[in-house]
Design a protein. Sequence first.
Length: 411
Amino acid sequence: MTSPLPSRVRAWRIPLTSAATLAIGLLFIALDAPFVSDPPLLLGHVPWVQAGLLALACLVLLAKRRAPFSVLAATAVLSCVDLALGGGIGMLLALIDAIYSTVLHTSDRGRRVLLALVAGLAVGATLLVLALTGDLRMTALTGLQLFAIVGTPYWWGLAVQRERARAALEAARADDLERLAAMTQQDVVREERARMARDLHDAIASELAAIAIHTEAALAAPTAPRSSLETIRAASVRSLEQMRSMILVLRSGGESPSAPDRVSDAEGIVERARQRGLQVSLEGTLPAMAVATDQAAGRILQESLTNAMKHAPGSPVTVHISHARGAMALRIDSAMDVSGRLAAPPSAGLGVRMMRERALALGGDLSAGPDDIDPGGGRGDANGRGRGAGDGATTEGGARWTVRATLPLRS
């Protein structure tokens, strides 16, 4: 596709500028309008020599972007020769262009060097005029003219260069902000996926586990017991309701219409587990706590009972709740099927990890693992401390699974 006209003009900007300078200078030479009426070196006006010098200066200006200091030096020498012949407007424009381009395209060190040269030229030429003429008025006028000729393009080029640097910094900052926004969006997406995975696991896993266990029991029986079928139907309905709630969240972006499990409703959580065949006993009293702690403890309790139902359905489970020094301790003891007679339903293996993530997110802690009876008749917990034989639930061999969670009451 053909590039637009502005792009073409920018590509030919330097040759066009040099051509315009040459045309203006030749016009003033043809009109016999020198910049200085009395040449200092009294060489007289030589139009064809001035035209040649101007053409050479405009040709040199074509390399002002690649070698700015070399172009400035050559243009300054040609300007001095032209000044001895009377000085032309075209050569003056060429010198101004060379100073401006040098400021624009050189380094910071080069600009400092150029500033020293410009200041030295202005002061030195002014003092030279004073020494040659002794006229203060002429010296003052000469100093002002020199400052306007060499100082103005320097200041102009410095302003343009700083504006370009500022624009480049703004562009780089915009790119950094865009990358940061993209990274933030990716982090938000990952966090949302992790949250949805936890919620989906917490909401559906227990219901599906109950369906799998009671279906296995119904298939093993000669005739399907009505209680198992009723439990399967109830768990299926609850699963569908939870799934529909999550779909509504995904479609609308709002919060889940159904309230999450909370440990303040421990009786309801325990009662649902009993309906699925677990023998659950609840001990202790609930303290006042923050909503986040209430929800996290409820999820941990729900997940622990779900795991107990998966791995040892129908076994006794003990839930103990206590609180001290601004923290709540939640312990769930459940039996382990060490005989391997029961096939556990398929699992993603994320339950314990998600429970630990919830506890750590609130500044608490969670541990889960097997807890065997010690040889002396007591049970050793995960930290090696003994317990009485009546504490907790066991199966053959005395093996049990213990979940211990410590959560701050004020998150």
